[in-house]
Design a binder for this molecule. Structure first.
Ligand code: SN0
Length: 313
């Protein structure tokens, strides 16, 4: 693996899932693999779990880590051929080339604009880094996908599943802000690589990009989708068709104890951060079936497996 940008980076999913398991059991087994190597983490947007778990993963491998918030103060131009007489101080051509001299691996966090669909779905920022950097790039949630999260999610499902082929439901849930489609897109992309029963449920108007869902079952009735589910994965996303918008919904899509009772004692998953009593009620999040904390804990092990593959290359 050179870059880790999407599920395409993983050629052998069962091997990496097994590597994550081994790393979880023995996190310091490879603690000099990254000796004298530096990882620079660039945050164009806030991050808690991704920031700390990726940093921890790199430290476990013996790397040095330099995180940098580039959201405020330092504005980078990503478009080619622009006249830079406004607020952008530096072009990605110089920035990526220079950072590559200080870093052996670069991690990038960059949310979508939720305004310009074409630019977001072309992954303009991430692909400009790939183009102009000379070292491997790790996607720490980009405009349209969050592969470190999805790899963690698959590992967590494998860890908790009680049957070979569990029913996994991705459900839309309400949120006061317009959020990216990245987590849902990516979960959908990765989960289809597993032999699970997979159902997506959301209100009309919240269809994800067809590129991700073309072979998926969509059930508009949330109650029906929940029947016999073994895993409920909740996430809000803003509309893809009415790009970046929050649409009115006629029924309440919050995940409740009553809805969970329709499932096969399903585990509740969410990538976090989660808005209590908006996305999911306390009774679900605080129930023994909620695995959001161990799910977040697995972020370190998944990131470490990815960095191990990059360093071994
Ligand atoms: C991000 C998202 O992509 O939906 C990150 C998830 C890992 N979520 C948020 O930014 C939630 C922020 C909020 O205000 O609740």
């Amino acid at each position: 693996m050179r870059h880790f940008l999407s599920s395409d980076a993983i050629t052998d999913l069962s091997t990496i899932l097994n590597n994550i398991k081994n790393i979880k059991e023995n996190p310091f087994g490879n603690s000099s693999l990254g000796k004298n190597k530096t990882m620079v983490l660039l945050f164009f947007n806030p991050s808690l779990r991704t920031r700390l778990s990726t940093q921890k993963a790199a430290l476990n491998l013996g790397m040095h880590v330099i995180p940098m918030n580039v959201a405020q103060g330092w504005k980078i131009e990503f478009e080619d051929g622009t006249i830079m007489n406004l607020d952008k101080a530096e072009h990605i051509k110089e920035a990526a080339a220079v950072i590559s001299q200080y870093a052996d691996v670069i991690g990038i966090r960059t949310f979508p604009s939720l305004i310009n669909k074409e630019q977001d779905y072309q992954e303009m920022i991430l692909s400009q880094f790939v183009k102009y950097a000379s070292v491997p790039i790790v996607n720490m949630e980009s405009a349209t996908v969050h592969p470190l999260q999805s790899l963690t999610d698959l590992f967590t499902i494998e860890e908790y599943k009680k049957k070979t082929r569990p029913k996994v439901v991705l459900t839309w849930a309400p949120h006061p802000r317009a959020l990216p489609q990245a987590v849902a897109n990516s979960f959908t992309e990765w989960i289809q690589k597993m032999d699970y029963e997979f159902v997506i449920t959301h209100p009309k108007g919240y269809e994800l990009a067809p590129h991700f869902t073309k072979d998926c079952t969509i059930e508009y009735d949330q109650h029906k989708a929940f029947e016999n589910a073994d895993f409920i994965y909740a996430k809000n996303w803003s509309s893809y068709s009415d790009y970046g918008k929050i649409l009115p919904t006629s029924t309440n899509w919050m995940i409740t104890k009553e809805k969970m009772a329709l499932t096969n004692e399903a585990y509740f998953m969410h990538c976090l951060p989660v808005r209590r009593n908006v996305v999911v009620e306390d009774a679900v999040l605080d129930s023994p079936n909620s695995i959001v904390i161990p799910q977040a804990g697995n972020r370190t092990h998944a990131a470490q497996a990815v960095l191990t593959q990059i360093l071994n290359k």
